[in-house]
Write a protein that binds this ligand. Sequence first.
Ligand code: NAI
Length: 392
Amino acid sequence: MIVEPKVREFICTTAHPEGCRENVKRQIAYVKEKGQVCGPKKVLVIGASTGYGLASRITAAFACQAATIGIMFEKPSNGKRTATPGWYNTAAFEELAQEEGLYAKSINGDAFSAEVKQQAIDMIRADLGQVDMVIYSLAAPRRTTADNKTWSSTLKTTTGAFTEKSLDLRNNTIVTKTVEPANEEELEGTIKVMGGEDWMDWMDALTDAGVLADHAVTVAYSYIGPELTYPIYTEGTIGQAKKHLTETAGRIHEKHPGIQAYISVNKALVTQASAAIPIVPLYFAILYKVMKEQGTHEGCIEQISRLFHDKLFAAEIPTDPQGRIRMDDWELAPQVQGAVMDCWKEVNTENVEKLSDIEGYWEDFYHMFGFHLDNVDYSRDVEIQVEIPSLV
Ligand code: NAI
């Protein structure tokens, strides 16, 4: 089949298998170029198929030579529709890891469920004995808890309505967008889905099963961002969930003193999860322009490679007063934020291409789905039914 992008606002409904493979290859090449890290050897990545989780799996495997088990929630192709990008990424990752003699297996299912936790435990026990690192990188719209109740995550404010400039992704115009406040149930739902309860459940389950090494490290990802987006992010429903996630790091450490639990506050990047947040994409596009001009722009792989090299496995782990690792240090640098705010005040439909890196935003967006890569021949027929070696 000849696969073309089909974009609807902030989602692309097709993915290109060879483009996704190229993305994975490029990330592996980056990690290899940066050199080895004396880090974990057996790693469980929850949310391993795209974005920060995929970059974490690639870094663990190719910088630390770690065996990896990846958990994801992706759709294979049915022969007519393509698979989701995370499916193709994982197929490519497993193949490329195995070519280098690295153990790599994946579980495709709902990470929130007890069944998937048990499958992961059985796989660790049978193949690896124990894991010494657990990366928690889930971004999910909903979660069904053990009592069979389904909770939904919402991107709303927790104070009043918030009105700001926003980028209309359908036609690249600047519009004004109002985000409404959440009700109690929406706030509770977001905390249930994106807070730390499930991270704690994973750590309890792995510890109880004896498949977590003494002194294992676990890390979950968070975001803070600039004051401009506080009402919609940090002080919004998602921010309350991230607050719960951050508190959970402390709770994990209290309950399981051997485990080192960290929050890494990462940089704003275009991923499937973040493209859906209102107002934020315009900030991203301006941020990209400023950071590229100042030479500090990073993608997921650059962020996670730096996390492993300079922070998590450095002689001493640098943290802020709240104990968090700050990978958003370059994003929040005063010279970056000052320039971003100057552009934000001025930006309108006429000057958006000059004041923001809207092209870079869209390039990252297309790349996520395996499109717009210069060395992939998109006019060629490709097989869309691709197998993931460990799931056959
Ligand atoms: P993403 O959408 O690229 O990745 C989400 C991953 O979770 C995928 O592997 C997906 O298959 C998996 N997943 C979703 N629901 C699942 C389920 N029920 N069971 C099993 N796997 C499931 O998202 P992204 O952006 O990489 O986010 C990962 C984490 O990083 C999130 O906690 C997010 O808040 C955080 N983060 C993201 C930032 C950004 O700008 N993208 C910035 C800072 C933190």
